[in-house]
Design a protein around this ligand. Structure first.
Ligand code: DAH
Length: 340
């Protein structure tokens, strides 16, 4: 019974009467002869002796709260009547209606899409539950590649061929199955990895994949595209640096750093005093990947890249813990109203 009374107290506190009619209906529902309060007092007779004191106190609290609310509603409508009868005072404060805000990851993702749209990359999306062919094999992952390990991939229990995609690179394959070159698109979406959750890693995050395949696409095209992207996302003075790396689906492969937007390259704890922070992986599409999608690798070349969206958001908003993005704490989320 105590819980029920507490619940009613909460309801009463939250209730707002929109009209005089509502206020009267409220009064009858709770304080009327056959109202809830009388029912509760009737039930009180059967409350056990040891619970009587606390329950009685709660009932009395509810009673005075109800009386107070009814008086407040009455007074509110009276003063409204009085003021609307004479004049409307436009300077009176209005009820503050809180507006929602976009999630910081959405804000950053939308900005990334906008930048690539300007370069003529449309958005395409595909499934999050993938088969081995699209997530690994067609992307040239050798059978014994560690990324196929149970540690990294969430497999579907009943079928080891099906898994939650570990990267958006799978959409490259899906896209090239449906479109023939010249082609150019970005693929934003959620990806999943079987990782221990910490400030720097999560089992769920977002990537934006990019793909461009045409005749004579070169590494210089890739570099210029990514430089434009970095300068639009951060500022016009942002520098980029490409370091050789390895991915099974690109050759050559690189990782791209930008000059640290926080210290301007002087050195701080975000860039670990190097002046550079890594933001993406990229490279020239491996001919074997093109061939897996029935695209003639002698005629066509392409570049691809994959960018971590949370990583961009961490840098742009100077946040130091990835977990904050997924906890749905309104005090955190409310801070991001503007577009970067
Ligand atoms: N798929 C890679 C990852 O999740 C990122 C990546 C690297 C994507 C290089 C690419 C690329 O398209 O060319 O770590």
């Amino acid at each position: 019974m105590k819980d029920r009374i507490r619940q009613i107290i909460e309801e009463v506190k939250e209730y707002r009467a929109g009209s005089e009619y509502d206020a009267e209906a409220f009064r009858i529902k709770y304080l009327g002869k056959k109202g809830l309060l009388n029912d509760l007092f009737a039930d009180f007779k059967s409350v056990l002796a040891e619970d009587r004191k606390e329950t009685g106190q709660l009932l009395n609290d509810l009673k005075s709260l109800l009386q107070k609310r009814v008086d407040q509603f009455k007074a509110g409508f009276k003063s409204q009547e009085a003021s609307s009868a004479s004049f409307s005072d436009l300077s009176l404060p209005v009820d503050f209606q809180e507006t929602g805000s976009r999630h910081p990851v959405s804000i950053v993702l939308n900005k990334m899409i906008e930048v690539f749209n300007k370069l003529g990359f449309p958005v395409a999306e595909d499934r999050e539950i993938e088969d081995d062919w699209h997530n690994f094999t067609a992307l040239n992952f050798p059978l014994d590649h560690p990324a196929r390990d149970m540690q990294d991939t969430f497999f579907i229990e009943t079928n080891p061929d099906i898994a939650l995609r570990t990267h958006t690179s799978s959409v490259q394959i899906r896209y090239m199955e449906k479109h023939k070159p010249p082609l150019r698109a970005i693929f934003p979406g959620r990806v999943y990895r079987n990782e221990a959750i910490s400030a720097r890693a999560h089992c769920l995050f977002h990537q934006v994949e990019g793909l461009y395949v045409d005749k004579n696409v070169s590494f210089a095209d890739l570099k210029q595209t990514l430089l434009y992207f970095a300068q639009e996302m951060f500022d016009a003075n942002t520098k980029i640096r490409l370091r050789p790396s390895f991915f099974p689906f690109t050759e050559p492969s690189a990782e791209m750093d930008i000059s640290c937007n926080i210290c301007g390259g002087k050195g701080c704890n975000i860039c670990k005093y190097t002046g550079w922070v890594e933001i993406l992986g990229c490279g020239m599409v491996d001919p074997a990947v093109l061939e897996n999608c029935n695209i003639d690798s002698k005629e066509y070349t392409g570049f691809a890249f994959g960018i971590g969206v949370e990583r961009m958001a961490l840098l742009l908003y100077q946040i130091n813990d990835l977990r904050l993005f997924f906890e749905n704490d309104l005090r955190f989320l409310k801070q991001f109203r503007s577009v970067v």
